[in-house]
Design a protein around this ligand. Structure first.
Ligand SMILES: NC(=O)c1ccc[n+]([C@@H]2O[C@H](COP(=O)([O-])OP(=O)(O)OC[C@H]3O[C@@H](n4cnc5c(N)ncnc54)[C@H](OP(=O)(O)O)[C@@H]3O)[C@@H](O)[C@H]2O)c1
Length: 324
């Protein structure tokens, strides 16, 4: 049932819990009790891999995971975290974007420097209350740091046993090829959904050829592909980044897709969200799919997608809905 991540020793569940929303920042906040329940229920229902990042809630997402898994057999859970998006103003790097932290506008930096990689991993280990990380990933490419420097830092962590596997995120084919010249990168975490299949052209075939696992993020397009936001974003709070994010999608095209998915989901006695997750998990070259969930109900519902089977003809039928 679990899947091998690239050439690493690490096995991950086909669905991984995404905890960006659990951090609250940019997602209109979140309730800690709900977050802890989401994590515990995911694990209890077979979603044993959890993806996070220091940036998610500026430390909060990792802290909540640490609390939620305390007392759990560590060997039964895989923790995937990242480094390279820095909010500490004494560290700096290349300005990536601004975030609202505690009511202040703060620049967030990209930083793949070796000393920063080592520093961030120590902080993550402390927040997660663990002595190893299953997969460490560079969150975003940092153009000011040589790719080889970041790869060497991750290899050092691998040798020390502090991490079990090394990966990148948001790397295109060219960057992945460059990174592979220094280190055996195990995975690339990239955006991939029914509405965003750009990786299918170059990155995905290259990653398959090189045996680099692809970790697909935002498969539900941040909630849009559950169908619950098809009538607009009126229910989102003003500090939720999705007010802007959702604008890129054509509402008419989206509704046509959701209708087609809804008909198939009804016939299969599952939900649209489950159908979307299971379709994404079954695409060639995709090792695991990150499904975000912010409470127990969403977590259990998504985990149940692991039991939904799609035949080849159903997979092709869905692809016919999404071909432009
Ligand atoms: N590497 C990167 O740069 C990067 C970027 C983005 C994401 N990620 C990772 O990928 C993960 C997943 O992506 P994502 O969180 O952006 O988006 P997603 O998984 O596409 O969507 C998550 C959202 O969908 C809604 N949802 C999920 N399950 C639901 C259910 N069963 N019923 C109703 N609504 C449901 C929730 O919306 P509500 O909040 O409205 O309830 C949830 O917050 C992240 O958590 C993070 O770990 C990585």
């Amino acid at each position: 049932m679990k899947r091998q991540l690239g050439t690493s020793e690490l096995q991950v569940s086909p669905l991984t819990l995404g905890t960006f929303a659990i951090g609250g920042l940019m997602w209109g906040g979140n309730d800690k009790k709900d977050s802890i329940e989401a994590i515990r229920e995911s694990i209890a229902h077979g979603v044993t891999s959890i993806d996070t990042a220091p940036f998610y809630g500026v430390g909060l997402s990792e802290e909540v995971i640490g609390e939620a898994i305390k007392g759990t057999d560590r060997s039964k859970v895989e923790i995937l975290t990242k480094f390279g998006l820095v909010w500490e103003q004494d560290v700096k790097g290349t300005v990536a974007f601004d975030a609202q932290i505690d009511g202040k506008t703060v620049p967030i930096y990209k930083n793949g420097r070796k000393e920063n990689v080592i520093r961030e991993v120590e902080n993550s280990l402390r927040r997660l209350q663990t002595d190893y990380i299953d997969l460490i990933q560079l969150h975003w490419p940092d153009v000011e740091t040589p790719v080889s420097e970041t790869m060497e830092a991750m290899e050092q962590l691998l040798k020390s046993g502090k991490v079990r596997a090394i990966g990148v995120s948001n790397y295109d084919r060219a960057l992945l090829e460059e990174g592979l010249q220094t280190a055996q990168i195990h995975s690339d975490q990239v955006s991939y959904s029914m509405l965003n299949r750009s990786i299918e052209e170059e990155l995905l075939p290259f990653a398959m050829e090189k045996n680099v696992g692809i970790i697909a993020y935002s498969p539900l397009e941040r909630g849009l592909l559950t169908g619950k936001y098809s009538n607009g974003t009126g229910t989102l709070s003003s500090d939720d980044h999705r007010n802007g994010y959702f604008q890129q999608f054509d509402p008419q095209k989206l509704n046509t897709l959701l209708q087609a998915l809804n008909d198939l989901a009804s016939a299969k006695q599952c939900s649209v969200a489950q159908l979307v997750l299971v379709w994404t998990m079954n695409q060639k070259g995709i090792t695991t799919v990150l499904g975000g969930a912010r409470n127990a109900e969403q977590a259990i519902h998504n985990a149940q997608a692991l039991h939904v089977q799609l035949s080849d003809s159903e997979l092709n039928q869905i692809r016919s809905f999404i071909q432009n």
